[in-house]
Design a protein. Structure first.
Length: 249
């Protein structure tokens, strides 16, 4: 009992390895539930997303282990590739529904460790900057933003059908993409060297997640520069830079 208490007290809810170890034989079900909560419930923003999927993908190859992972249960890659995107999409749909149903009052709550208004403002900023469809897809690759983007899209009255299409595209690319990266790493890296490479690989995942944002920023910057060269008034530059985004709405 003392050992169980020690494990409980040492459990870190933002650690993907702690979750994998705690879930044991129910790891696949647990991964699906965590992804649903992270994308559908505003209190789930602190849960691991990218790292959890990566380690789950790593464990789909029998005999593999990851840094700090004591769970030796083999995870089914086909099952994960089907079940995780479904839960990711379903969670986001719930978030959109809650935003559309309750509106702004959904965010009218005192700040706490589990809720900060800056999270909502950041998600709303991405939504307004990139347009509805791009924002929902891109948000999948930005921790915290992917949690709050869905209710924000509902509050800002993004049509349910349009949201579903963007949600489906983003959810499948993100979930299956990170899972397959983990599986690819399990094929390339020998078991005795996983501990050495897990941190650099995680950093690469984060950098890859930021690439879409970088490309969008670069595109907007070039559009503004072109507008300046063409002699548009400064006040019109943002309109010119975002014209492509509005046509895509």
């Amino acid at each position: 009992m003392t050992s169980s208490l020690a494990h409980f007290l040492a459990f870190n809810p933002i650690s993907a390895t702690d979750w994998i170890n705690a879930l044991g034989n129910f790891a696949v079900l647990g991964v699906c539930a965590i992804i649903f909560a992270e994308t559908g419930l505003m209190i789930g923003f602190f849960m691991p997303g990218d790292s959890l999927l990566f380690i789950a993908g790593l464990l789909t190859l029998s005999g593999k282990a990851s840094a700090g992972v004591t769970n030796t249960h083999h995870l089914s890659l086909p099952l994960l590739l089907v079940a995780v995107p479904i839960c990711a999409v379903a969670g986001a749909q719930l978030g959109h529904y809650l935003g559309a149903r309750f509106g702004r009052p959904l965010f009218d709550k005192p700040e706490s460790r589990l809720f900060k208004r800056e999270y909502v403002e950041k998600a709303e900023g991405v939504f307004n900057q990139y347009g509805e469809t791009k924002a929902v897809v891109l948000a999948r690759f930005i921790p915290v933003v992917r949690t709050f983007m869905n209710p924000v899209a509902g509050v800002l009255e993004m049509p349910a059908k349009k949201f579903f299409v963007a949600n489906l595209i983003g959810g499948v690319i993100w979930a299956d993409g990170v899972l397959l990266l983990g599986r690819l790493a399990s094929n390339v890296i020998s078991a005795d060297k996983v501990d050495k490479y897990i941190i650099p690989i995680t950093l690469v995942i984060v950098l890859l997640s930021l690439l879409p944002i970088f490309f969008e920023w670069r595109k907007t910057k070039k559009a503004k520069a072109a507008a300046t060269t063409a002699g548009y008034p400064a006040a019109d530059q943002d309109s010119v830079a975002s014209s492509g985004r509005h046509r895509g709405r």
